[in-house]
Design a protein around this ligand. Structure first.
Ligand SMILES: *[C@@H]1O[C@H](CO)[C@@H](O)[C@H](O)[C@H]1NC(C)=O
Ligand SMILES: *[C@@H]1O[C@H](CO)[C@@H](O)[C@H](O)[C@H]1NC(C)=O
Ligand SMILES: *[C@@H]1O[C@H](CO)[C@@H](O)[C@H](O)[C@H]1NC(C)=O
Ligand SMILES: *[C@@H]1O[C@H](CO)[C@@H](O)[C@H](O)[C@H]1NC(C)=O
Ligand SMILES: *[C@@H]1O[C@H](CO)[C@@H](O)[C@H](O)[C@H]1NC(C)=O
Ligand SMILES: *[C@@H]1O[C@H](CO)[C@@H](O)[C@H](O)[C@H]1NC(C)=O
Length: 341
């Protein structure tokens, strides 16, 4: 796994260098590279939020086109921050992260983040977030605050790519794609301790035409989880473990949830996890439908439940109606993996 990760990092270092080269050769493109340190950001334990937002406003507000927001090498602290669109010319800048971003943990107390998101990109089209940098949630230092903060959220983002970054020790989900259309997440390395709760690798919800490709994910929860309202999602070339495997759900927690339709999970490897491929619904859940789901060409080793459809999903046994079973409409067609090793 280490060698795959290293190979990916090298690959994306080259890709990022090419991206920068492309800008350098264009006419007057140097002017549209916005390095956060030019806006007052500095590698330190001080919250760099205001400087990051100033650099974002410049990059997103640029009408020159093809602008790039750069986070250089160094470890930068930042509290919860939201990079919002729309941008001046309709397309988001490219965001290249070479450094390490961390919540401002030094000086006590500052480590608390809300239960929602740490870094959010919202309302954007044609966004590229890439680089060989790391988003480090410092989950192991969140102490008594116990917030389940998602490290990176894409919300209302279209035609976009998340590529090559490393994610470590999130406090909650590492990546959450919500209300997105046509988003590719690829070449990610995601790592958190096996004992860390709710640290899903990539979660997809209320999103269409999503591709999660060629990534290595080991956490304390689901490797990839596909929630309500997901349509046309492909997961391929993903290596999972440790954690809870590749999951659809959990579904049926709330009334009126949107269906899950058209999910393909193929060419993945799952090692040292509690589950392989799973569909999970809460007991006695209101009706919703999960259909046209294909699991294909999944290699598994040291997996407790390789294939599991759990209609009484009830983590930590907090359900009052745990005996009720969701009617079988919950899963209408499940193709069994063709290869299980
Ligand atoms: C990321 O890439 C830059 C140059 O593109 C390189 O200087 C740096 O060492 C790389 N960082 C890591 C963590 O590989
Ligand atoms: C942005 O870059 C692309 C590809 O390099 C180029 O085709 C396009 O014309 C550029 N757009 C602007 C506004 O410079
Ligand atoms: C996103 O891409 C699709 C297909 O290429 C295109 O039809 C659509 O207009 C794009 N959306 C935006 C907001 O540019
Ligand atoms: C399967 O996934 C691996 C990464 O685990 C990738 O290198 C390979 O190209 C993929 N093969 C196909 C046929 O997609
Ligand atoms: C099933 O899902 C796949 C992948 O999204 C899609 O290409 C296909 O058209 C769907 N089939 C039906 C019958 O909906
Ligand atoms: C199997 O996976 C568990 C984690 O689920 C791990 O602790 C154990 O070392 C693994 N065993 C082998 C033989 O790989």
């Amino acid at each position: 796994m280490a060698s795959i990760h290293k190979a990916l990092v090298v690959f994306f270092a080259v890709a990022a260098a090419l991206l920068r080269g492309g800008h350098a050769h264009g006419e007057d493109h140097a002017a549209s590279v916005h390095d956060v340190t030019e806006y007052g950001a500095a590698p330190s334990n001080r919250d760099n939020r205001d400087a990051f937002l100033a650099a974002w406003r410049a990059a997103c507000g640029s009408t020159a086109g093809n602008s790039t927001l750069v986070f250089p090498k160094g470890t930068f602290a930042v509290g919860a921050v939201q990079f919002e669109g729309p941008c001046a010319n309709g397309d988001a800048p490219a965001v290249v992260i070479y450094g390490v971003l961390q919540p401002p943990c030094a000086g006590g107390g500052g480590c608390h983040l809300s239960d929602d998101a740490w870094i959010t990109f919202s309302g954007l089209n044609n966004l590229l977030v890439t680089g060989n940098g790391t988003l480090d949630g410092q989950g192991h230092r969140s102490g008594k605050s116990k917030s389940k903060t998602t490290t990176l959220v894409f919300e209302d983002v279209t035609n976009s790519t998340l590529r090559g970054l490393a994610f470590v020790n999130s406090r909650g989900f590492h990546v959450n794609l919500r209300r997105c259309t046509r988003v590719v997440a690829e070449g990610l390395g995601i790592h958190a301790p096996a004992a860390s709760r709710n640290t899903d690798g990539v979660h997809v919800g209320h999103s269409r035409h999503v591709r999660i490709l060629d990534s290595v994910i080991g956490t304390g929860d689901d490797c990839v989880s596909v929630g309500p309202g997901s349509v046309d999602v492909v997961v391929s070339g993903v290596t999972c473990g440790p954690g809870h495997g590749l999951s659809v759900g959990s579904l049926g927690k709330d009334e009126g949830e949107q269906d899950v339709r058209g999910l393909v999970i193929r060419n993945c490897t799952v090692k040292g996890t509690t589950n392989g491929v799973r569909i999970k619904t809460w007991p006695g859940s209101p009706r919703s439908r999960a259909s046209n789901i294909t699991f294909e060409d999944i290699a598994m080793a040291n997996v407790t439940n390789p294939i599991i459809i759990d209609q009484r999903y009830c983590p930590h046994n907090r359900c009052s109606d745990a005996d009720k079973v969701t009617p079988p409409q919950a899963a209408t067609r499940t193709n069994v993996p063709s290869r299980i090793a």
